[in-house]
Every structure is written in C-alpha cells, then in structure tokens.
Design a protein. Structure first.
Length: 55
C-alpha cells in the first residue's frame, strides 16, 4: 500500500464517521434528550426561585 491508498482509506473513515455523527445528532429519537439538555441552564434558576434564594 502506498501513501495515496492510506490517505484515501483515512478520508473514507473520517467521512463515514462524520455522516454517523451527523445522523446521530439530527435523528428524531434524540430530540427529547437534546431539548432537555438545552433547558438545563434554566433549571438552576427555577430551583433558586422556588427556594427563595438569590445570587
């Protein structure tokens, strides 16, 4: 195997990995978990409001 073949194989592996991550991130099954994670920033504020604490 020469350098060009190895470089081609690495390119294909990286491309397949990228497509896999893209499909995982935009799949409908993960939407609920990502929405929950996006709202974690606000959960701390709600906890402090309920307990009457202020920072």
């Amino acid at each position: 195997m020469d350098y060009g073949t190895v470089q081609g194989i690495i390119t294909i592996v990286v491309m397949v990995t990228f497509v896999g991550i893209f499909a995982w991130a935009y799949s409908g099954r993960r939407k609920a978990q990502f929405d929950e994670a996006a709202n974690l920033v606000f959960s701390d504020d709600e906890k402090h409001k309920d307990s009457g604490e202020h920072k």
